[in-house]
Every structure is written in C-alpha cells, then in structure tokens.
Design a protein around this ligand. Structure first.
Ligand SMILES: [Zn+2]
Ligand SMILES: [Zn+2]
Length: 298
C-alpha cells in the first residue's frame, strides 16, 4: 500500500538581511537533504514562501518548528494536506529578489491582517446580496481547473501582468473587490496594486482556496484548485485530481485524454495541443517519433 505524504504550504513577509538570507538558504538546503524533505523553499529579503513534503508527519512538524525558530516568528500560518503520491521530484531552496513574482520588489505588504477575510467571512460575503467584484489573481492555466462562482478571470499568463490588467479593466473603484489566489500570497501584493489605483474596499481571502476548501468543500468554489507540484490540482476535499494533468505538449493544464503517438499510452493534454498529429507522452517518445515516425494515430 502506498503511504501518505504530508505536505505543508506557507509564506511570511518579513525583513531578512542579505547575509541572513544566504545563511538560511545554506542551512535549509542541508535540512531538506538530511531529513528527506522534498519541495521548494523560496527566500528573499522580503520573506519566505514554501511548499514542502515528507513521508513522516513528524518530519514536517520539526521543519515548521525550525522555520519559526530561525525567523523568530510564531505567527506563520501553515496549510497542510496529504497525498498518496509523492508531490515533488526536487529538494530546492533558492534565494530570489521576490518570494512571489510580481516584478515589484518595491511593494511591501505592511498591513497583513485588516483586509483579510477568514474562509467563513469570505463565504458569507459571497452569499450576501451586496454588489461586489470577485477577482481571481491567478493565471489562466490555473483558472481553467476551477474558480469561485461568478469570479472574473483576468486571463493572466503570469502574475506580473496583474497591474496591466487593472489598468485595462476599468473596474469601478467604489464597489467592494474580493480577491483570492491559491494560498493567499499573491493577494498580499495584488491588494497593494489595487489600493494604488484608488480601490476603496478590497478584501483578500486568508489562506486562499486551500484554506477555503478545508472548511467549505462543495461550497462556492467550483471545480478543482491547481497546485504547483506533481499533484497538478486538488479536488474539493484537497485530494489529488483525477481530472487534470500537465499537458506534455506545452506544460500547462490538460484534461483531454490523448493517446501517445509512440507508446500508445494515455495522458491528459490541453485543448490547444490535442489537434497536433504526433503528440507524445514524454520526451523519450517524442525523440522516437522524430527518428522513426508515428506508431499510433490519434
Ligand atoms: Zn498543451
Ligand atoms: Zn509515450
């Protein structure tokens, strides 16, 4: 029987001196390797953003304690889930200029609590008859798997397009705006861009879709939640998807069952790539089709 992996996802905006940052990258890299922790930890002078997994829940518990201790911060909100499949193939701790890439390292979330709605408050506000705009701050390849009922999908290819979208969208600034993302981190910066453009009432979903689904499965979120690991997406009960895969043609979200032109194996491709005549499940099969031609038609 496959054993479950314990996964935790968290972020925190805080000030890290460059020297401290470098030391933490080194230390956490060693910890991941020594403890058998898999996943990605991003550090920048503005804070930390991570999703990591281990086979033992105790390993994850110890890792959380270590992170809180090293950052001198016990207010970090960890979002946990489990998976029967190993969600990561790498053990990466990296230093970057931002922990979430808006290409605005100058923006510092400074008011982390007042604009946040709990899952319960968010759920109630969505259900209220008051006018509001619900905006998804995620990318197109994520919203294709699911989004909140009635939410506007800005159609972003990357989060760094958020500001341009707001300039183009001409949304009314006097109607309350509700924004959400996967785990909450993108909204911490997205809200600053909204405020800078004069939006008066902006609310962000604390802990994102993952936090919402933990309390309201089969609620106002429709479909599944894309995640950035080998689980691809999580269903309403935070279990790995059976509906979506990573399209081998383009690397984005796929849901159309397709037959590999070389090995005949089944995989999930996206709408744009499916019409291609020699789509293959992996690079090895693609190379073989390149040398020997197609073995299986669609
Ligand atoms: Zn594709
Ligand atoms: Zn194949």
């Amino acid at each position: 029987m496959a054993h479950a992996w314990t996964i935790t996802s968290f972020y925190r905006f805080l000030d890290l001196e460059p020297d401290r940052l470098d030391a933490l990258v080194t230390e956490l890299s060693e910890v991941l390797r020594e403890q058998g922790i898999w996943g990605l930890v991003i550090l920048a002078t503005e804070g930390i953003n991570a999703t990591v997994a281990a086979e033992s829940p105790d390993t994850i518990a110890r890792f959380k304690m270590l992170v809180c201790e090293r950052l001198g911060d016990d207010g970090i909100r960890f979002k946990d889930s489990t998976s029967e499949i190993k969600p990561f193939r790498h053990q990466n701790v990296v230093g970057r200029t931002e922990i979430v890439t808006l290409r605005r390292p100058d923006l510092h979330p400074d008011d982390p609590e007042s604009s946040h709605l709990s899952a319960r408050e968010w759920h109630a506000m969505l259900g209220s008859p008051e006018p509001k705009i619900v905006l998804d701050t995620r990318n197109r390849y994520e919203t294709v798997a699911g989004k909140f009922r009635g939410a506007i999908d800005p159609g972003l290819d990357a989060f760094s397009e958020w500001g341009e979208y707001l300039d183009r969208a001409e949304l009314p600034t006097d109607v309350p705006v509700m924004i959400y993302c996967t785990g909450g981190i993108r909204c911490e910066k997205a809200i600053l861009e909204l405020r800078a453009r004069g939006f008066e009432k902006v609310y962000q979903l604390r802990d994102g879709i993952l936090g919402y689904l933990a309390e309201f499965p089969d609620g106002e979120f429709e479909g599944e939640c894309f995640v950035f690991d080998d689980r691809v997406a999580l269903d309403q009960h935070l279990q790995p998807t059976t509906r979506f895969g990573i399209c081998p043609g383009c690397g984005l979200t796929g849901s159309i069952e397709t037959r590999c032109a070389w090995c005949g194996g089944r995989f999930l491709a996206c709408e744009d790539c499916t019409p291609r005549p020699a789509l293959t499940c992996c690079k090895t099969c693609r190379d073989r089709v390149g040398r020997h031609g197609v073995r299986f038609g669609a």
